[in-house]
Write a protein that binds this ligand. Structure first.
Ligand SMILES: Nc1ncnc2c1ncn2[C@@H]1O[C@H](COP(=O)(O)OP(=O)(O)OP(=O)(O)O)[C@@H](O)[C@H]1O
Length: 363
């Protein structure tokens, strides 16, 4: 294999058992992953799960308590040997929340800024700025100031500034989180297109799953300092690795199930979910996710369960319903959809589609 060939195979990122603690408190608990070049990885998870900590370890703003970080085949930090490459020598681009553009500087001035800080000569700066603006389609707006640009154009300035130094990896720290939902959704689509056109390797921190699914090739779902699943967006939805992922992604309602007379039923109720052959073998209790397609509102004579509508939201061409099944301590709320209008307090019959259930081991 030639050197050129082998160098193209170096992963953009390699993390090995990466951990970080503050004193006795573990924050990141051993993350191992590879990201291939030109791919975008989203770090997705609830507040406090360690996304920013992982990003800061990649950026070189934190030193790991355990494990190692390599970027583009080069070791950047290794807790075992103490080796450490400082942030300014990691060849990274960063895009922050709200882009952090200088309001008084022109578009070209903003993009030139990191090169000026690095002491690069004027002619070279002009050449690189022109190239970066060209790549993001902003050449004609070089003399404008950020305040005179649309949200999408400002995003492009921030990206041009992040790529002007020809980084090996671009880190995005919740860049859209302070924007309103409509703008966020349209900018996420633009950004996904731009990242794919630029073939950049990127890591994107977000707590918004829609944004992660739009932008990323791979999504790492994090919980309490660990990656609980790393997959492409479609596999995450179709095959959540465990109940925690299914619950975090709100793919449906996860409920307790128990065997009753050989078949599976909603725990504590007589509501039959599946025949014994359709649930997990060798267990008497399990957890099961009732996805929206697992339950259908149907006429009473075909219903396998009935419940009371506790929430009904009109979504344009259907109603999203929350239905309470069972009663007392065993009452559970499940989500379903109905094409016919239903209101709070209505009793509805539900049919259960075993193919729409996803089984997980009991806790
Ligand atoms: N300097 C510090 N000392 C002690 N604990 C810290 C420090 N910095 C962060 N933490 C804790 O580490 C945990 C993970 O923080 P981190 O910022 O990585 O989470 P996050 O997933 O990015 O959350 P968010 O979405 O809210 O930004 C949090 O519980 C936080 O309080």
């Amino acid at each position: 294999m030639s050197t050129a060939e082998s160098s193209t195979e170096k992963p953009a990122i390699q993390l090995r058992d990466l951990a970080l603690s503050y004193g006795e408190t573990p924050i990141l608990r051993g993350v191992t992953l590879d990201l291939a070049r030109g791919r975008t990885l989203a770090l997705l998870g609830p507040s406090g799960c360690g996304k920013t900590t992982l990003l800061r370890l990649l950026a070189g703003l934190l030193f790991p308590t355990r494990g190692s970080v390599s970027i583009d085949g080069r070791q950047m930090a290794d807790a075992a040997t103490g080796s450490f490459v400082p942030p300014e020598r990691r060849r990274l681009g960063m895009v922050f929340q709200d882009y952090a553009l200088w309001p008084h500087m022109s578009v070209a001035g903003n993009v030139a800024f990191p090169l000026e800080m690095a002491g690069i000569g004027r002619t070279e700066i002009d050449r690189r700025v022109k190239m970066a603006l060209d790549r993001v389609g902003l050449t004609d707006l070089a003399a404008r100031i950020p305040g005179d640009l649309s949200g999408g154009q400002q995003q492009r300035v921030a990206i041009a500034r992040a790529i002007v130094g020809e980084p090996k990896l671009v880190l995005f720290d919740e860049p859209l989180s302070n924007l309103d939902r409509e703008l966020r959704e349209s900018l996420a689509v633009d950004l996904a297109q731009l990242l794919s056109d630029l073939s950049m390797s990127a890591v994107y921190v977000t707590h918004d799953q829609g944004e992660a699914f739009t932008i990323a090739d791979e999504v790492a779902v994090m919980q309490r300092g660990r990656i609980i699943q790393l997959s492409d967006p479609q596999s995450l939805v179709e095959a959540p690795a465990n109940a925690a992922v299914a619950e975090f992604l709100k793919l449906g309602t996860v409920v307790e199930a128990e065997r009753q007379g050989g078949d599976w039923a909603l725990a504590g109720t007589g509501i039959r979910l599946a025949m014994g052959s359709e649930g997990p073998a060798d267990a008497n209790r399990a957890r099961v996710m009732l996805g929206r397609k697992a339950l259908r509102v149907c006429p009473d004579d075909r219903a396998q369960a009935s419940g009371q509508v506790v929430r009904a939201l009109f979504r344009g061409d259907f109603y999203a319903l929350s239905v309470a099944l069972g009663d007392g301590a065993e009452r559970v709320e499940v989500e379903t959809v109905s094409e016919l209008r239903r209101t709070v307090g209505d009793r509805v019959g539900l049919s259960i589609e075993p193919a729409g259930l996803r089984w997980f081991p009991a806790n």
